[in-house]
Structures are given as structure tokens and as C-alpha cells.
Design a protein around this ligand. Sequence first.
Ligand SMILES: CN(C)C(=N)NCCC[C@H](N)C(=O)O
Length: 265
Amino acid sequence: MGEWSGRRAGRLETGTALVRAPGPRLADGIVTHVERRPVDTGLAARQHGAYVDALRAAGWRVRAVAPADRCPDAVFVEDALVVAGDTAVLCRSGALGRRAELEGAERAALDLGLRLSRIKEPGTLDGGDVLQVGDTVYVGRGARTNEEGVCQLAHLMGGRRVVPVATDGTLHLKSVMAALPDGSLIGLPQHVDTSVLPCLRVVPEPSGAHVVRLGPEHLLMAASAPRTAELLAADGWRVTVVDISEFEALEGCVTCLSVLVPGIL
Ligand SMILES: CN(C)C(=N)NCCC[C@H](N)C(=O)O
């Protein structure tokens, strides 16, 4: 784990982070936009441990979602569950092979006392397509999330502004776009319909578009985005960096590995 220091001092924010440890079939995870390469599962387990340590060090209570060992991509727990306020929405992936991941996620949401809703057929929605920024929820419409899924989510978001964003050539909206804690957007404009967005600051490398908001001034980013980390640190953000190369080999990123439930319960 590394640090880039900007001028802002980080404050601890408490909340719960749901994570799911990588399973034995991780190396068989789906790849769509990258060429398959071997995944070192031992290294992946260590990288996941360091990711969890970074969440804890930033003040998050970490809870493990029950394993789904038959599902290679279950470690990307963000795709199974969207949490907004006191509601958890169980997703329905556009990838058939990922639909069996929901059981543990449902249990974890109930254990946190969240109200449970679910996306129903014919809707499809992956959590990786849902980017919440204050009162606005941007939802990527593309390979994994369809129009019906966006509409069902909008209905469950209780009055928040839901903005569908057409995506192209990317797995998820959050593969190419992130929000900083001040609400500003960063990312790769060539993959999203920017006409529905406020300005989108272009990042210099693909994984620079992946940011977890650890705290009001604190970001978690991947080691594969050093130029973006440097830029953001120069802007005053505190940036913690983790190496997640084995998850990136499967088109994962820092956001996919957790669901953050802010301390509102
Ligand atoms: C924001 N991103 C990228 C995610 N939330 N999920 C990544 C899932 C990767 C997995 N191999 C798959 O293809 O489903």
C-alpha cells in the first residue's frame, strides 16, 4: 500500500465495507475487453488482503460476504448489490454466469439492517454501472445494464435524480468514470455519452478512472494509475494506492472489490 500526499488532511469516516474474498475459480473470471492472461491466485489473495487493510486503515469496518466459490467473479461484489441510504438493491447481472452470486450479498445486506429490493426480469443491472454522486445517480446503460434495469433502479431510488448514461466499448460505467468526494467527475469521455454529464475531467490512463472514496478527502486508487494519482494528490487529495494487478487482469478495478455502506445506520 502506498500514499500520495496532497495538502488536505484526511479525516476518518466510519461505515461498513462489504467485501468477498477471491474464490478458488478466480482465474476463470469473465474477460470481455482485454485478452485473457493467467491469474496468480496466491498473489490475488495477498492483494485482496492489502485492499482490505487499506479500507480498515481509513476507518471502515470490514464485513465479509459469504463465499460463492462456484462463481469466479464473486470477488467483484460491487456488481451484486447497490446500497443507497437504507435500501439495498440486489442486482440482476446482464452476464448470466454472474446471477448465482446474490445469495451471500442478500444475507450481508439483511445483517446490516438494510431494506431489500431487487431488480426483476426483464431488467438487468450490474452495480458497476451505478455511480452515486450526492443526489444524482448516474447509471450506465450498456452490455450489463438495460433500459428496464435503469428504470427499475430509478423507481427504487426514492426521488433522487437518475441519469442514464449510454456507454460504449466498456464493461461498466465505473470502468471509465468516477466521482471525487467534491462531486466532480473524472474519466474517459470516449466511452460515455458526455452530453448528459456535467464536465468530465480526462484522466491520463485508463485505471485513473477508478476511485474509491475512502473519506471526505481521501481516495483509494490502483497502482496502475500513477500519473492520475500524482495529479489528484497535487490537487490536494490524499491518495492511498494498492496493487490489484490480478483483479485488473479480469477487468476488475478498485471500486468492484467492495460495497461501501456509509455510517448512517
Ligand atoms: C466497475 N467494474 C469494472 C466492476 N464493477 N466489475 C468488474 C467485473 C469484472 C468481471 N470479470 C466481469 O466481467 O463481470
